[in-house]
Design a protein around this ligand. Structure first.
Ligand SMILES: Cc1cc2nc3c(=O)[nH]c(=O)nc-3n(C[C@H](O)[C@H](O)[C@H](O)COP(=O)(O)OP(=O)(O)OC[C@H]3O[C@@H](n4cnc5c(N)ncnc54)[C@H](O)[C@@H]3O)c2cc1C
Length: 668
């Protein structure tokens, strides 16, 4: 039915569907759906979720050995508090104190909402939600619903949204955030331009405009930038939309990388390493099999312990490359694949040769930690597969479910991108530089250099519980009118013109998969866990050239390619901004930290036998008190460095808090 909230309008000679709402949530991962749910619970009914695929995204399609959710302790006698948890998040380095405090303060609420929705977090016989220690966690704040925690979260939240009747626009891809001038200066969001992916062939139905007072951007991590990736293949990311609109990037240098299988994308953490598989490499044609770790670990015990520790210490960490630490393995995998052009595998059928003596495993070669762990797990068994089966049979079944029999097939591996710690900058309400644009979930750069394991899922939920009350108290106006849209949303017509022009050009159409591959290869080689000043500069120059080409006279051959074209343009922009951030960071003297190393010919090599190009230097926390932000405007990037916002002082006098809450002052 057509009315003032749903009608057609001509823009650039194309008939465009208009659908007006107060708030549009872009993305249907755990973060976006939770935000929609919070708004609905708060009484907002002029609300919609749009998603390129309601069952796509990282939350729905990923997991790990024991996928972790970080929360305030809810069991036992160990004293925990909001402030202590905030401190643990803040101490990750380059973290803003106000967002760390909000993530901690809202942790229990977020967690128990998920429990109420039916996410199977385990509790004991007394009802205590028990936990375990995760990385960068001083207490036992980690919990898990099993390997698929985030999938359960997304499924339950999607069901809740359906039960409530929240309008869900499936197969709807946002291609531009509409921007106007904000009263008093700056920019504000006015809605979203999207493609109806089911109607791309119909010129008069393919574009949909969602005029809105608030846009919650919950598009997940920018996974599509990397060739070596353990994100679900369909997750691409849309951070470029925010940069194009004028929002700033924050901590873009910080991501997580680690070992993953290639054919079926899965993190090889936990028991996959504790079972002590055989690491081997081969020539590309499958010949010349070799146990390549042996060359660099002089002592079998050190090698086996490093493999074992990789289970707990999954993300690459440059501090753990020295002294035969577990991250040396990531370096050696990179050396074998990228520098030597070979393929690297894990073999679960046979032991590493150096574990064996007289054809049997000799567990006395292990250090005490690994030996005791295997003994306590009753897993001192003959083969890696036997040991894995004893400790975690589901880990074997998981691969079997994806057509891989671990006892028969070598598992090809790579060092893969897994998480963006950085992203779009937000304030304490998760509002970006652009007023009424709220990046939440992985697209928000609230994490710093290190983060407690599981903090990503908590932060994604907390973001919705910040943006929603802010909107409910401050931003309830009707959606922009037709006149306002025509007058204010200056980028709307240009965004439609971009796609239509690409369709009408007679030049050779773009090789879309080839362009995408070029982005992925560049990023995985120069901007993943091994970086250098020269590599970043060269990659940035190439990215600039590619972006210019895609922004300029791009041509495509059919309307079905429109979605990929817009996506590619955003990826190319995003890559450019990320590479600029990396170049700026290294130019400022920044060294290795978090999950990347920075090459330096004057630095140290992790082990003597490696080529000189692995000489590197660490940052040692030198820049941890600062946050780098990047703004992109008119084809140029600008870097800004500022001190972290400190942890706010305590504001816990009940009478004053109550007064400010009642007056609404607290939502400012
Ligand atoms: C292998 C792996 C293991 C992980 N393990 C953990 C863990 O143990 N603990 C932890 O805390 N975190 C973990 N993470 C990270 C965590 O899973 C993610 O950060 C989180 O699920 C992201 O949720 P999200 O809602 O922000 O984004 P997503 O779940 O990725 O959702 C993004 C949504 O946006 C949609 N979308 C994107 N662009 C557009 C567009 N232009 N228009 C419309 N829709 C769009 C997508 O289709 C999708 O619906 C892991 C990640 C990986 C890859």
């Amino acid at each position: 039915m057509l009315d003032e909230n749903s009608y057609f309008m001509a823009i650039e000679g194309v008939r465009v569907r208009i659908r007006r709402f107060n708030t549009v949530v872009v993305g249907s991962g755990a973060a976006g759906l939770n935000a929609a749910e919070c708004l609905w619970q708060g009484g907002e009914r002029r609300l919609a979720v749009i998603s390129e695929g309601l069952t796509l995204g990282t939350s729905r399609n990923t997991g790990s050995d024991k996928q972790t959710y970080y929360k305030l302790t809810a069991c036992g006698e160990e004293g925990d508090s909001v402030r202590r948890m905030a401190r643990a998040i803040f101490d990750g380095g380059a973290v803003d104190g106000d967002t760390a405090l909000a993530e901690a303060a809202l942790s229990s609420r977020c967690f128990f909402r998920l429990v109420e929705l039916g996410v199977p977090f385990p509790h004991n016989v007394h009802g205590e939600y028990v936990g375990y220690k995760t990385d960068h966690d001083p207490l036992r704040r980690g919990t898990s619903g099993g390997p698929l925690t985030s999938k359960y979260m997304q499924e339950r939240l999607l069901q809740a949204a359906r039960d409530q009747g929240i309008p869900l626009f499936d197969r709807t891809q946002a291609v531009e955030i509409l921007i106007g001038e904000a009263p008093g200066g700056g920019k504000r969001a006015l809605g979203v331009l999207a493609l109806d992916l089911e109607r791309l062939d119909d010129r008069d139905r393919r574009y949909v405009v969602f005029p809105a007072r608030n846009v919650i951007l919950a598009t997940g991590g920018e996974a599509g930038m990397y060739e070596a990736s353990v994100y679900p293949p369909e997750q691409v990311g849309s951070t470029g939309l925010a940069f194009r609109a004028g929002a700033r990037g924050k901590n873009l240098t910080e991501s997580q990388f680690g070992l993953a299988s290639v054919k079926f994308r899965w993190n090889l953490s936990g028991t996959y390493q504790q079972a002590l598989p055989r690491y081997l490499s081969s020539a590309p044609d499958g010949g010349d099999e070799r146990e390549f770790l042996d060359e660099f670990f002089p002592n079998p015990g050190q090698m086996l312990d490093a493999i074992f520790l990789k289970g707990y210490q999954w993300p690459f960490d440059p501090r753990k490359t020295a002294g035969f630490g577990s991250s040396l393995i990531d370096i050696l995998v990179y050396h074998e694949t990228v520098c030597r052009g070979r393929k690297v595998y894990l073999d679960y059928a046979r032991n590493p040769s150096r574990l064996e003596s007289g054809g049997r495993p000799d567990f006395s070669r292990l250090g005490p930690e690994a030996r005791e762990y295997l003994a306590n797990s009753e897993a001192c068994l003959d083969t890696p597969l036997d040991r894995l089966g004893k400790m975690n049979p589901a880990a074997i079944k998981l691969y079997l479910d994806h057509g891989i029999e671990l006892g028969r097939e070598w598992l090809e591996i790579a060092v893969a991108a897994q998480h963006n710690n950085g992203g779009v900058a937000g304030d304490r309400w998760w509002q970006s530089e652009i007023r009424r644009l709220f990046p939440i979930g992985e697209v928000n750069g609230s994490h710093g250099v290190y983060r407690p394991g599981g903090a990503a899922l908590n932060a994604g939920q907390a973001g919705g519980l910040r943006a929603a009350p802010y909107i409910l108290h401050n931003c309830r106006e009707d959606a922009p009118t037709r006149e306002e849209l025509e007058k204010e949303a200056k980028n709307l017509a240009a965004a439609i013109a971009y796609g239509e022009a690409a369709l009408s050009r007679s030049e050779t159409p773009l090789d879309l998969p080839g362009e995408r591959q070029a982005i992925g290869r560049r990023m995985s080689r120069q901007a993943a866990h091994i970086r250098s000043a020269d590599g970043a500069a060269q990659a940035l120059a190439e990215a600039a050239e590619q972006l210019e080409r895609l922004e300029g006279a791009a041509a495509i051959s059919e309307p079905a390619q429109l979605g990929s074209l817009y996506q590619l343009r955003d990826l190319a922009l995003c890559q450019y901004v990320y590479l600029f951030a990396i170049q700026d960071y290294i130019g400022r003297g920044g060294g290795g930290r978090g999950s990347f190393m920075v090459r330096d010919p004057a630095g140290d090599k992790p082990v003597p036998g490696l080529p000189d190009l692995f000489a590197h230097r660490l940052d040692g926390g030198r820049l941890a008190g600062l946050i780098q932000e990047i703004a992109w405007s008119a084809g140029r990037c600008q870097a800004y460095w500022r001190p972290v916002r400190p942890l706010p002082p305590e504001a816990d006098w009940f009478e004053t808090v109550w007064r400010d809450y009642v007056s609404g002052e607290v939502f400012s």
